[in-house]
Design a protein around this ligand. Structure first.
Ligand SMILES: [Zn+2]
Length: 395
């Protein structure tokens, strides 16, 4: 009896006193590419989102709010690196999400709960690029502030910068930190081998004046697979190359392989390899909760075009390595690699060879062989850059 009384009459009394609303629970799901935040309120909150940079933050301005969050629910995950909240002035509160990089506030809704009292605020945040974030920030801040002339000038500057952007390659040294990857016959560790080769390739690419090159890691640190993809998108990479040198029980298997993404694996070696690689995130402890896949026609089209480019690049790599570097039979294979899932960055995984094979292991540690391998990849990248620019000219 008392309970039903509360539900029926409490809101009316509250509104008359303009008492604070209560934010009851906080939940996050998703990964480094897409994170959803859901906050439950007892009453409809009045909320306004604001973006900030240095560091990247999403601030939710609220009318005075009492927060009853469970500390455990605030543990960072996905794109969110910290959550803070509190009173921001008389009658005003703030909920502040710090993010690991540039982001886009894709969606923010306040919805009346269907089967329970109260409201929920659903916030969808997706990883974006430095350029996109700067655009969003400029658009937000120019509303009623900067003069139209200044806004137009800023926009022109950003467009010029974009047009002058060099062909950008993101190199991803597989594994790192707590995840050491495969182990070779003589005790070589994959995470060291991939980093050494990524550095060789970076240094070689830096000699090419029309390329710009980034690395997902340049030290012995652990990175989630989603974070590797996010970094490629942050820099609007034109190409993502993940470097590996795995190990298989069949010690006779050797030679380089180029992998592209597919939901069906080309063969059992490829399937097993993708399963092994996708387990990398387990080293971080919490495995992010999956969000329902967003089906968006535009995204599908982007994906299809990107996938076409990934296949073309894989083809160029095989052609360039052929006759110079020993290749596995059927050197272009495919499987469901999580690290190759950027919808807008052509991505391949290059398996330099197998650490479980003595000959391959010896080659992988030979600086001369690595130099040759890097040289052949640069040739493939150059061919691909020419092709990509012709097919899809820079706007
Ligand atoms: Zn690996």
């Amino acid at each position: 009896m008392i309970l039903s009384f509360g539900i029926i009459f409490f809101p009316t009394v509250k509104a008359a006193w303009a008492a604070p609303v209560s934010a009851l629970t906080f939940r996050m799901a998703g990964d480094e590419l897409r994170t959803r935040v859901v906050v439950m309120f007892d009453e409809k909150p009045d909320v306004k989102p604001i973006l900030f940079d240095k560091p990247h933050r999403l601030v939710m301005e609220l009318s005075e709010t009492r927060f009853g969050f469970d500390e455990k629910s605030l543990t960072p995950r996905g794109l969110v690196s910290s959550v803070r909240y509190g009173l921001a002035g008389e009658g005003r509160s703030r909920l502040i999400l710090s993010l690991i990089g540039p982001f886009k506030l894709e969606n923010m809704d306040v919805i009346k709960n269907e089967n329970a009292p109260g409201y929920r605020m659903v916030v969808d945040i997706i990883a974006s690029s430095d350029r996109e974030f700067a655009d969003d920030l400029a658009a937000q801040n120019s509303k009623g502030n900067a003069s139209p002339a200044q806004a137009a000038e800023d926009k022109k500057n950003r467009e010029q910068q974009q047009a002058a952007k060099k062909f950008t390659v993101m190199l991803d040294a597989g594994h790192g930190g707590i995840d050491s990857g495969a182990e070779g016959v003589t005790g070589l560790i994959e995470k060291d081998v991939t980093l050494a080769f990524a550095r060789d390739l970076r240094d070689r690419l830096k000699e090419e004046k029309d390329f710009q090159v980034f690395m997902t890691r340049d030290e012995d640190v652990f990175l989630r697979l989603g974070e590797r993809v996010r970094l490629a998108r942050q820099h609007e990479a034109d190409l993502f190359i993940s470097i590996h040198a795995d190990s298989v029980p069949q010690h006779y298997i050797r030679g380089a392989t180029v992998y592209t993404i597919s939901d069906k694996a080309s063969d059992s070696v490829a399937r097993a390899m993708a399963e092994r690689e996708n387990r990398s995130d387990e080293f971080a402890g919490i495995v992010p909760e999956d969000l329902p896949e967003v089906t968006d026609i535009l995204l599908d089209l982007t994906r299809r075009e990107t996938h076409g480019f990934s296949l073309k690049f894989a083809d160029k790599v095989v052609k360039s390595l052929d006759g110079e570097i020993s290749l596995i039979n059927n050197p272009h294979r495919f499987a469901g690699f999580q690290v190759l899932r950027a919808p807008d960055v052509p991505s391949v995984l290059v398996e330099m060879g197998y650490l479980s094979n003595k000959e391959d292991e010896k080659l992988i540690t030979d600086p001369k062989w690595r130099q040759l391998f890097a040289e052949r990849l640069v040739v493939a990248i150059r061919h691909f850059a020419t092709l990509k620019k012709r097919v899809s000219p820079v706007p």
